[in-house]
Design a protein around this ligand. Structure first.
Ligand SMILES: [Zn+2]
Ligand SMILES: [Zn+2]
Length: 428
């Protein structure tokens, strides 16, 4: 299990983008713009103007203002998704609200379905071998490698999502999906070298392309576009969206190494894979447990990563405003952030998959990748970045979810000045 060399006290916290952000070309939006981006009008919230009438303590505006200060910026570390695409257009609440392609929740179409991992039927038993990673070159996955324990359960994922998306009904998909041979017309028995497998429901079967992972970690990897096509086919009539859980490794394009999750938001389907989230692979990708979220906001950790790629003068600008919630999270995680038991490792595996599941369903609700804050809706470029990101939604993304549930589904009206956020929280 990867361990930290010396216990880091996480003395100072990084609430702004890292020193690398400027070099990457990322400019963090001002507080005033961030507040405006969470309102229905798209105008600056009254609380953001220093010369305007100061808001009363406890007013919706002051609550929004204070809460915005508590949310740290995206870290923007070397090789992070946002560092690779620093001009990724922000999606404000208003642009989300008026996005024509967005699917709205309706009375008849509001259930989130989650389908359990497909059963591997007896003729496809070789697919079990595809579940075991080869963690060291030259070492066979079967030889001496500890077998992975059962993956996070569908029930636990549903329970998590039920809390995250409170107000929306969540149900298990009513059928157990199955992997079956794709082409039974051929006499040849399906085997580990098969190019296709079939993903079957009771009355349909979709062809799924297979390859081995280019990095050699998994012998079989499934094409996620094909899996999502299957999901579109099986979307129940009352579904707002359908999330498929997969234990096999997945890829999207020929150039990808792997992909842990993807949503076709417009089609309201998503898929997440547990394969890369197991701690058995953490050492290989250099995950530093002691600086996973929330400790990823430790300033000395952030500066250390920036120094590696940019041995230039570092910004020492530091702000403690709004640091309290993050500090409280770090203190709360202190004794458990580095798992010390099998139970802890299982919880870690679950937490990673659950975070990605909630992220992909966010896309089904029309949310784009977030660039306003460190947020569950940020894009992710790899596993190391994934574990640095938070499980929560920022005020902007929470405004969208609150509005979709409280206003569009439950019919509650809001004002234009950002009251959505406050009202949304009250309702959720
Ligand atoms: Zn630290
Ligand atoms: Zn966000």
């Amino acid at each position: 299990m990867p361990t930290s060399r010396v216990q880091c006290p996480h003395l100072d916290l990084q609430l702004e983008p890292s020193p690398y952000a400027t070099e990457a070309g990322f400019e963090w939006q001002s507080l005033s713009r961030r507040l405006a981006a969470a309102t229905k009008s798209g105008r600056r919230a009254p609380s953001a103007g220093s010369r305007r009438k100061p808001e009363r303590n406890g007013s919706p505006q002051s609550i929004i203002h204070e809460s915005a200060l508590s949310y740290p910026a995206p870290l923007v570390l070397p090789n992070d998704d946002i560092a690779c695409d620093p001009n990724c257009p922000p999606q404000s609440f208003r642009s989300w609200l008026y996005e024509k392609a967005r699917n709205k929740l309706t009375e008849d179409r509001r259930t989130l379905y989650v389908a359990a991992v497909p059963e591997i039927t007896s003729s496809m038993a070789f697919m079990r071998d595809w579940l075991q990673p080869d963690t060291a070159s030259g070492r066979s996955s079967g030889g001496g490698l500890k077998q992975k324990p059962p993956s996070p359960s569908c029930e636990d994922i549903i329970s998590y999502l039920g809390t995250f998306y409170r107000g929306l009904p969540l149900k298990p998909f009513p059928q157990r999906l199955r992997f079956i041979p794709w082409d039974e017309r051929r006499a040849k028995k399906p085997n580990i070298h098969s190019k296709y497998v079939g993903l079957a429901t009771r009355d349909s079967c979709t062809r799924i392309r297979v390859r081995s992972s280019p990095d050699g970690v998994f012998k079989g990897q499934l094409n996620l576009g094909d899996i999502l096509d299957a999901a579109i086919e099986m979307l129940p009539g009352d579904a707002y969206s359908l999330l498929l859980l997969i234990d096999h490794d997945m890829y999207e394009g020929e150039d990808d190494d792997f992909c842990c999750g993807r949503a076709y938001g417009g089609s309201r389907v998503a898929v997440v894979s547990s394969s890369r989230y197991h701690s058995i692979l953490d050492e290989q990708v250099n995950i530093e447990y002691s600086h996973m979220w929330p400790a990823s906001h430790c300033k000395s950790y952030v500066n250390g990563l920036c120094t590696v790629d940019r041995p230039k003068e570092q910004s020492e600008k530091s702000s403690t405003t709004g640091a309290f919630p993050l500090r409280a999270a770090i203190d709360a995680a202190k004794d458990i952030i580095v798992p010390t038991s099998q139970e802890g490792l299982r919880a870690l595996w679950f937490s990673r998959l659950a975070r990605t599941a909630s992220h992909e369903l966010g896309h089904c609700l029309g949310m784009d990748h977030c660039v306003y804050y460190a947020c569950n809706m940020q894009g992710t470029a790899g596993m190391v970045e994934d574990v640095r990101q938070p499980p929560y939604l920022c005020p902007n993304c929470l405004s969208k979810l609150s509005y979709a549930v409280a206003c569009e589904l439950q019919g509650i009206t809001t004002r234009e000045d950002g009251y959505i956020f406050r009202r949304g929280i009250e309702q959720l």
